[in-house]
Design a protein around this ligand. Structure first.
Ligand SMILES: Cc1ncc(COP(=O)(O)O)c(C=O)c1O
Length: 494
């Protein structure tokens, strides 16, 4: 294994892996009846599956058994592989296993963030306030509202649609004013709307200076840039806990992951209880295990999913996250520059890449064309898969679109969000993964240039359906006939 590692450079491995994803060559028929390759620019929602992770997990399934035993061969192999998955993820994220533990939760980052909000609430019950930013995904906002009660939303640097990352002076003010009450700061490392990267270690240092803990939502960073828990030159800038999603890290079907400090977790009873996390149980008493991660993983975990994810991470680490970031930067810069030059197209968030670096996501609108219409045209005519609407980040999207929305609908509040308002409020998001190519982004740029030029021609083919979505008047691709589970079962059993 060591020999192989040395004989293949990160770049060679990247070139080999880049096209080794399930779904990279999926074909659909477009409006004109031509079968073309789908261009997948929706990686921020979920990435495609890295094929070697799927294949290696299939091999593992020959040995599958439940964990927590090493008595029979399969239980031994399964338990060892599952233990390796935890260790692999810790080392990938620069998390010393003496300080941190890694545990798997639910299907994505959301469960982990809810969990850590409850952990920190119970750890420091006298501190009832969490600080988040206005750019957070709902999954890094609502859990704190629900479990802590008091949440401060930090503003961003910059103005209007040019807003960039979180404002460090505003963070410092909020920490100073709330000192003694602020339990933790919870910030996304990378925005899922604009891709803007936040300086997580500077944020951690500030939080610690004022006695608060720091939780990082790593859902959009772990697959795209080097992300480390520990800051070697400045331990105060280290992260207390980080959460990410396996399905956004090239491994759909894998669990969410939490990395957290063991000394914090061990001071309270685990938030979830059940089998696997106890040593002894009588009718009136139970004794929680002291070992990590066992005490944090009640019940049977998603063992194959965890092994698949750690396999992906092994491969990402061998390629090198800095190389992946450098490659993605080139594409991001190209898309940003090209989109900025398209008339009537507005890119959200600061576009000066050097001062406002981004990863993975770019959101935009075309004046006069609804975001849903643009996304539908990209899909139907160009076979380009993008996402639209508010991306589970309503406050952030609203903040960047506020001026335009207020011109059409008046002051925005909870009570005046009509179906028309809901249809207008939103953006189109294109997002990259390590399999995204120059050809993919060239296709997006050319498609958008064409849509802007011929907007009326495209628009007249669409109507709004009962679900408030744009639908082509004559193109109805019949997704059921492309794939449905019962037909797939029939085919397999034939
Ligand atoms: C920044 C960010 N945080 C949290 C989440 C929630 O992740 P999951 O849906 O995997 O629970 C997402 C999902 O899009 C996200 O982009």
């Amino acid at each position: 294994m060591q020999e192989l590692r040395e004989s293949i450079t990160g770049r060679e491995l990247l070139n080999r892996i880049r096209s080794d994803f399930i779904g990279i060559d999926t074909f659909y028929e477009n409006v004109h009846g031509e079968r073309t390759r789908r261009i997948y620019l929706d990686s921020t929602a979920s990435t495609l599956m890295m094929r070697p992770a799927a294949k290696i997990t299939e091999v593992f399934m020959n040995h599958y058994a439940n964990t927590h035993s090493k008595l029979h061969h399969s239980a031994h192999i399964s338990t060892s592989a599952y233990e390796w998955a935890h260790e692999r993820i810790l080392s990938f994220l620069g998390a010393d296993p003496n300080i941190y533990t890694c545990f798997f939760t639910g299907a994505g980052a959301t469960t982990g963030i809810n969990r850590m909000a409850r952990v920190y609430r119970d750890l420091n019950p006298e501190k009832d306030t969490a600080i988040v930013s206005i750019m957070e995904h709902h999954s890094n906002d609502l859990p704190h509202r629900k479990h802590l009660g008091n949440v401060i939303h930090l503003p961003l640097e910059g103005e209007g649609d040019e807003k960039s990352g979180i404002s460090l002076p505003a963070l410092e003010r909020a920490l100073k004013e709330g000192q003694g009450r602020v339990n933790y700061v919870s910030i996304t490392a990378v925005s899922n709307v604009t891709g803007i990267i936040n300086p997580i270690h500077d944020i951690a240092r500030l939080a610690h200076t004022y006695g608060a803990l720091i939780l990082i939502d790593g859902a959009q960073s772990v697959a795209h840039l080097p992300t480390k828990m520990f800051h070697p030159d400045d331990p105060d800038a280290s992260i207390d806990a980080l959460v990410f999603s396996g399905h956004k890290t090239y491994t759909p079907g894998s669990p969410g992951v939490v990395i957290a400090r063991k000394d914090h977790l061990s001071r309270i009873e685990p938030e979830e209880v059940g089998g696997g996390m106890v040593d002894r149980v009588l009718e009136d008493k139970y004794q929680v295990k002291t070992e990590f991660p066992d005490r944090e993983e009640a019940g049977t975990p998603n063992i194959p999913g965890a092994i698949a994810l750690a396999t992906t991470i092994e491969i990402l680490d061998r390629i090198g996250m800095q190389l992946l970031l450098d490659e993605e930067d080139k594409l991001m810069k190209k898309v940003l520059l090209a989109l900025e030059s398209i008339p009537n197209l507005i890119v959200y968030g600061g576009t000066d890449f050097e001062n406002c670096p981004r990863a993975a996501s770019i959101s935009f609108n075309i004046h006069g064309l609804n975001h849903g219409l643009v996304a539908a045209i990209l899909n139907d005519y160009f076979n380009i898969a993008v996402r639209n609407q508010c991306f589970c980040a309503h406050p952030y999207v609203k903040e960047m679109m506020e001026e335009d929305l207020e011109i059409s609908f008046g002051p925005i509040d909870f009570g005046n969000m009509s179906p028309e308002f809901m249809r207008e409020a939103g953006m189109v998001r294109a997002s990259l993964g390590l399999y995204s190519t120059e050809e993919d982004v060239d296709s997006l740029i050319a498609a958008l240039q064409d849509i802007v030029k011929n907007s009326d021609d495209y628009a007249r083919h669409y109507e709004i359906n009962e679900e408030n979505d744009y639908e082509h008047k004559s193109y109805h691709p019949g997704h059921e006939s492309i794939f449905n589970v019962v037909d797939a079962v029939n085919e397999y059993l034939r």
